[in-house]
Design a protein around this ligand. Sequence first.
Ligand code: DQA
Length: 151
Amino acid sequence: MSDILLIHDPNLNLLGTREPGIYGACTLEEINHAAVEQCAAAGARLDTLQSNSEAELVDRVQQAGTDGTRFIVINPAAFTHTSVALRDAFAAVGLPFIEVHLSNVHAREAFRHQSFFSDLAQAVICGLGPRGYRTALEAALEQLGFGNNSN
Ligand code: DQA
């Protein structure tokens, strides 16, 4: 059981080699490692999931609705712009969540300007690279009452 769930959607397993001019050199492992450290320093339990499967992601969000998870940070990646099913899962469980994008999706192709998540999200962070996850987790930790999350 975790306090916070950090979810990475399709193709984010390729971070570090995937279009580094857009997504940077940081790997998913490095992002997850920093997130685990940040949460542990504050006394919170973090679970992480990366999946390329919409079904697995829907199942995990549904599970978060009943397993004690209190907050979700998600980069919905390409599913941001396509997945009504994943949006409906968030609406169904009603957990607070922050939507993160590494790149500034609004400065990119028009199809990336539409998100099925932003109106349900507590906040949206885009364009800050990996720092976006740190900022989202800092906000989540503060809201959940965990201390020492200034790193
Ligand atoms: C992304 C932006 C999406 O448009 C894209 O499909 C991704 C990554 C980002 O982090 O900038 O896979 O969510």
